[in-house]
Design a protein around this ligand. Sequence first.
Ligand SMILES: Cc1cc2nc3c(=O)[nH]c(=O)nc-3n(C[C@H](O)[C@H](O)[C@H](O)COP(=O)(O)O)c2cc1C
Length: 362
Amino acid sequence: MATRGKKLLDLALLLLFFAGLLGMFLPRWLHEGLGVLLLAGLLLHLVANEAYFRTLRKNLRGASQRVNLANIVLLAGSVLALALSGAALAGWLPLGAGANWRAWHLGASVAALVLLFLHLLRHGRRYIRGRRFAFLAGAGFLLAAVSFFGLPYLDRWYHTVVVDPAALVEGEKAALPGRVLTVYFSRVGNTNFPEDADAVSGASLMRDEAGELIGNAQMIAAMAQSVAGGDQAAILTAVKYPANYGETTRQAKKELERGTPPSWRVFPRVNPATYDIVILVYPLWWGTMPPAVAAFAAEEALTGKTIIPIVTHGGGGAGDSIADLRQQTKARVEEPLTVYSSDIPVARQAIADYLKKIREKM
Ligand SMILES: Cc1cc2nc3c(=O)[nH]c(=O)nc-3n(C[C@H](O)[C@H](O)[C@H](O)COP(=O)(O)O)c2cc1C
């Protein structure tokens, strides 16, 4: 491959890598597409640089050459881990239900970032020299360091999150005018989890100190009820979702495509017609609300009521769910509050502030 072609390929790879790192904020299909392109580009990069591997023996004489090769091997390993965990998350490979592929994927991406930085430090001089190289190397170092030390924030993806629900739920009150019902839909309650279910919250779960699983939307609903008062109920599907996160996403996708919700009920049995306000808490599923939530919102009993939506998500915010909700329901739908899944344990104040604002408008 001509040098110019190689340069363009390397630049494209770099851009693809950073676009992929923003994956948490991109639609899933785009993130997956970028991942496939990156992998194909990396294979091309290896082919384009095959001369290096042909002359490997000669290239391994000095210590610095050996460090360089070790870096390349580790980088290739982390890219492989990235690809395999990504394929497992996307459901393209039957790689077993137990492993926490999200944690693997995130860990591999941080490792790849640091190793890529070292790789660029060694080879980047081919393309950029002098001050610009020093500037870019500094910026790259900063980025790698921020990602590395940002890990504690992403801690939820690595460790089981144990919470004390009673303590988290306590706080400022903002009783809403009228009769209030908080209705939530969560994976917990709609999934037959095994005793030892992986509760690393990349899989959207928490545990209380007694070991009971708690869903994200479930926790938010408890906080919202504590703020606003009134009653609480859960939307439960008759057929449970698979304990495996990836399988749940696939089943959910099929349900959304089919357009028919699974059979569901509200537990405990309440009549929404006897309330004025429904705080509706749900997780974002494929950019919208779960099918059973859409079916609940379409109930005649909600006609003329006010729905206050609180959406928990893995980076997609409220997605299209509010537009879909407004189409689906005969209730008045307020602007939503969105809560990122890692922020659930600290969301109490944001929920109180949000409900106070809504109250002022009422
Ligand atoms: C089937 C399914 C689809 C999802 N789709 C999205 C999505 O499109 N965008 C997003 O940001 N998060 C998505 N997530 C992540 C959830 O919205 C997030 O983990 C949420 O906090 C889970 O709440 P829960 O524990 O109450 O179920 C999805 C999760 C599942 C299970």
